[in-house]
Design a protein around this ligand. Structure first.
Ligand code: FAD
Ligand code: SF4
Length: 311
């Protein structure tokens, strides 16, 4: 069987999915809720080849708790997170972040795994094919220049996942299955910072679950800036987490091609951490809200997070 013969495949097991994709490496894309992938496909931003639908695989739906670790299956719908008693009690900020994504209709389809891998965005990229052709293709769609910066050096498309900042600030890991077996990776490490290829997972890898420790006493504040309070993608999402030992982690999306992460041992260091977070965010004017305004809002949100956590 090859991808030329198939446009759609719905495997029932991980093994079946991985055996197919390992032997058809170039012409396929995994699909879960499809709320990100299909929009990009119909705008002509990606060529999917055969769609390999993950939603028939039970191994991607199994929630478990072992040794104080919670395993949230990748196919968990964003709207389902709030029904899970462990998540509700231990990680309420994850529910808040998931509830800030898109609209209720989208959240009933969109999955947590898909949210971690949703494509980076840019005002000059998320347009129709004819729009991009008229303006001139940029680095992210096989052109040779970034329209925002006017140079060919780098793409600064924004990393926009809302759940990733909360998860990374709580040191989340992911279970990743591939044809050679299953590995546990730090979620933060899969993001490259390159706006053209923002994720470094192998093309055939499947996220099985998201793993969080329940014994750290995490307390997290999540804030999101966007034009309208519903539907809009983020222009800045911030999560600040502290734990039993007083460690503090700041993680932001919407202001760089990857999550911006700054850690400290104590909230006494917070001012310096905020300065570093602002310095490290490579935002450019490719969002509905200006770069200058978003930088200002980082300062304000970080202060609000501090007041709510330690004030
Ligand atoms: C109107 C609208 C508004 C939106 N607003 C927001 C927003 O505010 N915040 C936000 O974060 N997102 C937003 N989104 C994007 C999207 O809905 C979410 O990111 C959603 O969680 C993606 O999940 P999905 O299951 O639909 O992913 P899909 O579209 O199915 O997949 C996304 C990517 O992940 C890959 N993938 C999916 N699951 C796996 C897996 N288990 N293993 C390996 N690869 C996998 C796919 O191949 C694809 O590359 C919005 C989308 C729309 C249409
Ligand atoms: S930041 Fe530049 S290269 Fe990247 S998508 Fe936008 S215009 Fe294209």
């Amino acid at each position: 069987m090859n991808t030329e013969e198939k446009l759609f495949l719905k495997p029932k097991t991980l093994k079946e999915a991985l055996e197919f994709t390992a032997s058809n490496r170039d012409g396929f894309k995994y699909i879960a809720g499809g709320t990100d992938l299909l929009v990009n496909k119909y705008q002509g931003n990606i060529d999917t080849g055969c769609l390999v639908d993950l939603t028939g695989i039970d191994e991607l739906k199994q929630f478990s708790v072992k040794d104080n670790l919670i395993y949230i299956p990748a196919l968990t719908k964003l709207s389902e997170l709030k029904d899970n008693i462990y998540i509700k009690e231990n990680f309420p900020a994850l529910i808040k972040a998931a509830d800030s994504v898109a609209s209720p209709l989208v959240r009933n389809t969109a999955t947590l795994g898909g949210n971690l891998l949703c494509e980076n965005r840019c005002l000059y990229y998320n347009q129709s094919e004819w729009w991009r052709e008229a303006v001139g293709y940029c680095l992210k769609c096989n052109g040779d220049i970034c329209i925002v910066t006017g140079t060919g050096k780098a793409c600064y498309s924004e990393f926009v996942s809302d759940t990733a900042p909360v998860l990374i600030s709580m040191n989340a890991k992911i279970e990743v299955a591939d044809i050679s077996g299953t590995n546990i990776l730090n979620l933060e490490d899969i993001y490259t910072g390159d706006g053209v290829n923002p994720v470094n997972l192998s093309k055939t890898s499947i996220i099985k679950s998201i793993v969080l420790p329940m014994d750290k006493g995490y307390r997290t504040i999540f804030k999101k800036l966007r034009q309208r309070e519903s539907l809009d993608y983020t222009s800045l999402s911030i999560a600040v987490t502290t734990d039993n030992s007083g460690n503090v982690v700041i993680c932001m999306s919407g202001v760089d091609p990857k999550p911006v992460v700054v850690s400290g041992n104590n909230h006494i260091d917070y001012e310096a951490m905020c300065k570093e977070a602002i310095k490290n965010s490579r935002s450019v004017d490719n969002d509905m809200l200006s770069r200058k305004y978003r930088k200002e809002m980082i300062k304000i949100y970080l202060q609000q997070c501090y007041d709510e956590l330690f004030g």
